[in-house]
Design a protein around this ligand. Structure first.
Ligand code: ATP
Ligand code: MG
Length: 257
């Protein structure tokens, strides 16, 4: 990917990592990303480094299952927080278009100002409608601020994509019986473990990855999509990622170094 705002040659071995840091910093400066978002990013980077900064075959399979779920859904919703808005705003808009999903802003540290800024930022990247500002719905089992959702957004969704969701919320959403797709580089985090479809991959690779699969599956019949969903095994996906981290090589036998 290229970014006109940043002068790092694409040939730089850590191009993607530097670009990511630049975008998160810019997100903080623009009032989109919280300062705690910087810490979350640092934690994610450590796992990405251990995974070899690539999409594992198991993560690609999870991205395909996620695409199938989103295409099968009656009402898919993509949740966006401050890190996601800074890192992949246009890519989220593309995924929403490819899967006819709604976009909803959801913040751990919710302030009206940051909600508005993120919604504006997403609109600048082509989103036509951004939910999350009405906050007339509640997720049971969470404290007041953390529980807020739009009743006609996440409140009504049957499939939700929650990239980088915090553990409590991921568990509460899972308890609501919605199909939950989580993107999280830490296969041991509660968020990844609560998910029906855990995608252990960097959000900057995972979101375009799901979109690519959704486009590829655009004309697939329900039966095909349902079999992709049925064949996916969340436990196996987490185990494959953990193995790749512990063994430092490719889960398919190669060497990542
Ligand atoms: P919990 O057990 O409650 O889930 P946590 O580890 O999620 O705790 P946070 O500080 O919210 O606590 O961590 C942020 C999570 O987001 C980490 O698991 C990290 O791996 C993940 N993360 C951060 N940046 C990215 C990214 N760019 N792509 C994917 N995942 C990321
Ligand atoms: Mg988490």
């Amino acid at each position: 990917m290229t970014d006109p705002d940043i002068e790092i040659p694409e040939s730089h071995p850590r191009y993607e990592s530097l670009l990511t840091r630049h975008r998160i910093e810019a997100g903080v400066d623009a009032g989109i990303t919280s300062r705690q978002g910087l810490i979350a990013q640092g934690r994610g980077e450590a796992f990405d480094y251990l995974l070899g900064e690539r999409t594992l075959p198991a993560a690609d399979a999870a991205e395909r299952a996620a695409a199938a779920h989103l295409l099968l859904a009656d009402h898919p919703v993509l949740s966006v927080n401050g890190n996601v808005a800074a890192l992949v705003p246009g890519e989220v808009v593309d995924l929403a278009a490819a899967t006819s999903a709604d976009i909803e802003v959801n913040l751990f540290n919710r302030t009206d100002e940051r909600m508005e800024r993120i919604a504006d930022h997403l609109r600048e990247h082509g989103a036509s409608e951004v939910k999350g500002l009405t906050a007339d719905g509640r997720i049971p089992g969470l404290d007041h601020e953390r529980a807020k959702v739009d009743a006609d957004g996440i409140g009504d969704a049957d499939v939700v994509l929650v990239p980088l969701e915090d553990g409590d919320r991921a568990e509460a959403l899972g308890d609501l019986g919605k199909v939950e797709i989580v993107i999280d580089l830490n296969p041991m985090s509660r968020s990844a473990r609560a998910a029906d479809v855990p995608i252990v991959d960097n959000v900057i690779r995972a979101v375009p990855g799901i979109t690519e699969h959704a486009r590829d599956l655009a004309d697939a019949d329900r039966e095909t999509l349902e079999s992709i969903v049925a064949e996916f095994d969340a436990g196996e996906a987490l185990t494959a990622a953990e193995r790749a981290i512990r063994e430092g090589g490719d889960e398919d036998g190669g060497d990542a170094t």
